[in-house]
Ligand binder design. Structure first.
Ligand code: ZN
Length: 334
């Protein structure tokens, strides 16, 4: 029998894991932070850097009989600002240690500069894929305006992929699952069969594998979707009973959910293939054909979707990139 999401939350609470849904200013809505009542007292993700998020986090901790000062360990699941914006403030109050994937530590430490480089990279990707320059300028200023919700993070306990986070009462295996972001890390309690998955797997929306620079900060873009699918396949093989996501309710049927996500990506890939087979198009033209005007307002998101699926077609040898030096077009390689 599969548990309902409510039952899963209860089961997690019995295991000392409490879900706090903290408000964010972003379209995704609230972000889930998880308090683990163990030694040390641990918070997985913090919510964004805002007074509202801090107030709610303080209130939720208070309901469990804790204050912010009591936090001893903060775990950061990945580099997105809705998950880590409050880290610095919480550390100032509590002196908590901060654990995150060691390979991401350098980028987390230089958040502001890194965000600038991410934005410059995004502009470059957009221009190379057919987005007009004025659109990229507008999107860059939107991104800048969001930046104050983030924070730099000083990692004091760097974690290794395949290593473990030992708490008094449990052992959490640390597994790098890149794709949604290059630093996505999930935490696996094999004994209780509970997976803290953050944005690697979400119940209601697919996890937007955004095109990014790789974790080492180099300028070459990752194949975010291909990487993500590989990560999803690994998670599919895990005997998880409860998956605790970064947004929305717990997942109790992760195999079914992952299968439907994989099928969805396959359908989208074939749709994009048919559009390319009609005539060669750049990624922006493909995004327009699929989503109309959303391709402008959400240019980077929709481009990431198109390029991610086109990467799969390129990897399969069905499509190739034709580069005239200015804009990349996709054409069939038949
Ligand atoms: Zn995220």
């Amino acid at each position: 029998m599969t548990a309902t999401p409510e039952e899963a939350l209860e089961q997690a609470a019995l295991a000392g894991i409490h879900c706090f849904a903290i408000p964010t200013p972003f379209a995704v809505g609230r972000v889930n932070c998880y308090l683990i009542e163990d030694e040390p007292l641990t918070l997985v993700d913090t919510g964004p850097n805002s007074g509202k998020a801090l107030d709610e986090l303080t209130a939720r901790l208070g309901e469990r009989g804790h204050s912010i000062d009591d936090l001893e360990l903060i775990v950061v699941t990945h580099q997105h600002i809705d998950h880590l914006g409050l880290v610095e403030i919480l550390v100032e109050h509590s002196g908590a240690e901060v654990a995150a994937l060691g390979a991401a530590a350098e980028r987390l430490a230089s958040f502001e500069e890194d965000a600038e480089r991410d934005d410059a990279f995004a502009v470059e990707v957009m221009l190379r894929n057919g987005i007009a320059e004025d659109v990229t300028t507008a999107l860059r200023s939107v991104s800048r305006s969001f930046r104050s919700w983030g924070s730099h993070v000083t990692v004091t306990r760097p974690l290794d992929d395949g290593g473990a986070l030992e708490l008094g009462d449990r052992r959490l295996e640390v597994l790098h699952r890149p794709g949604h972001s290059p630093s996505d890390t999930v935490f696996w309690d094999a004994e209780r069969r509970i997976l803290l998955a953050a944005d690697h797997l979400l119940p209601r929306i697919s996890s937007n594998p955004l095109i990014t620079r790789p974790l080492d900060g180099s300028a070459k873009r990752t194949q975010a979707l291909a990487t993500y699918i590989e990560s999803l396949r690994k998670t599919r093989e895990m005997p998880a009973e409860i998956v605790l996501p970064g947004h929305g309710e717990p997942i109790t049927d992760h195999v079914e959910l992952i299968d439907s996500r994989l099928a969805g990506h396959d359908r989208r890939k074939e749709k994009i293939y048919r559009l390319i087979a009609e005539r060669p198009r750049n990624a922006y033209e493909l995004a327009q054909a699929l989503w109309g005007n959303v391709a402008v307002t959400q240019a980077f998101l929709t481009l990431s979707e198109v390029i991610g699926h086109a990467d799969l077609l390129v990897n399969e040898g069905r499509v190739r990139e034709a580069d005239d030096g200015a804009v990349i077009r996709y054409e069939t390689s038949g």
